[in-house]
Design a protein around this ligand. Structure first.
Ligand SMILES: Nc1ncnc2c1ncn2[C@@H]1O[C@H](COP(=O)(O)OP(=O)(O)OP(=O)(O)O)[C@@H](O)[C@H]1O
Ligand SMILES: [Mg+2]
Length: 285
């Protein structure tokens, strides 16, 4: 953590001891110790009462608190302009909150945006190698590591192609391989698949899920696509607008075997959409 880890919000508080004096005096030693449940692990990301405004503009984020567990896959969902990217940028350390604090692992986060932002003159492999170089991986190891990462996103055959020779979906896969090359414990994704057609997006959901399960990364995935959030997240956090804040969240008990067309994804999407509509109506009022 960038700062001393605070106790997790769900951590057990000391239970009151029956009959114990209010102020523990000399009889302290005689108080029967209370068996405490194991404390919850420290969150990978802790967002603590964060607010944000840009200059003298309106409050964009208002008192947002959220703990994200190590290895958790959280989808941040909300209408356009509610502050999702602002929050993601704050987690990434690209900007500072106006109030509150954000704790993240000291190793930092990798960020993936809607646009792949690849170096156009470099092949897919060299784009990934560049991230490895920036991470300090020795020259002799970079090629093999880059190829392994490209294999992880099913892109072995395109390793020597330049971005303009790749489809949008392939470019986003290279961007994902590059983000993984940074080897950070937290992966922040801002609508990375929004510009893709539905079939390509489906495939990338499967690949992302596979990568997530095999690497144990903590993922914060921003989207305004309800189905995508219900398909991918272990937890879906709905944000409301003006000012941006957390309205509701859903925890998904069984995340294996989900597909975008699964009945449980559809049912959850209906429920989330209802809430989202209420939020949008509330804002329009
Ligand atoms: N650098 C900035 N300066 C001033 N205002 C900003 C800045 N960045 C974002 N905002 C404002 O903050 C609000 C939230 O923007 P943000 O980009 O976080 O929304 P979003 O939820 O990501 O929307 P979308 O789904 O359209 O990407 C908007 O009103 C936007 O105009
Ligand atoms: Mg955004």
């Amino acid at each position: 953590m960038t700062s001393a880890p605070a106790p997790a919000s769900g951590a057990a508080q000391a239970a009151p001891v029956a009959g114990a004096p209010h102020l523990l005096g000399p009889s302290f030693d005689s108080v029967t110790p209370v068996r405490q449940p194991a404390p919850a692990p420290a969150p990978a990301v802790r967002i603590d009462r964060v607010s944000k405004r840009f200059g003298a503009g309106p409050v964009v984020l208002d008192d947002v608190s959220l703990d994200i567990a190590p290895g958790e896959f959280v989808c941040l969902l909300g209408a356009s302009g509610c502050g999702k990217s602002t929050l993601l940028n704050l987690i990434a350390g690209l900007d500072r909150p106006t109030a509150g604090r954000i704790d993240t692992p000291a190793e930092g986060s990798a960020v993936m945006f809607q646009e792949s932002a690849l170096m156009p003159w470099l092949t897919a492999r060299r784009n990934v190698e560049l991230a490895l170089r920036l991470r300090g991986v020795p020259r002799g190891e970079r090629r093999e590591k880059a190829l392994t990462l490209l294999e992880a996103v099913n892109l072995t055959d395109a390793a020597e192609k330049r971005p303009h020779e790749l489809s949008g979906g392939m470019r986003q896969r290279v961007a994902l391989a590059r983000a993984l090359a940074q080897d950070r414990p937290v992966l922040l994704m801002d609508e990375p698949f929004a510009a893709l057609d539905a079939i390509t997006r489906d495939l990338l959901h499967e690949e992302l899920e596979r990568v997530w399960r095999s690497t144990g990364r903590t993922i914060v995935f921003v989207t305004h696509n309800v189905r995508e959030a219900a398909r991918l997240g272990q937890r879906v956090v709905l944000m409301g607008s003006r000012p941006g804040r957390i309205v509701q969240e859903w925890t998904i008990a069984k995340t294996t075997g989900r597909r975008i067309e699964s009945p449980e994804v559809a049912a959850l999407s209906v429920e989330i959409t209802d809430q989202l509509r209420k939020e949008i109506r509330r804002n329009a009022a």
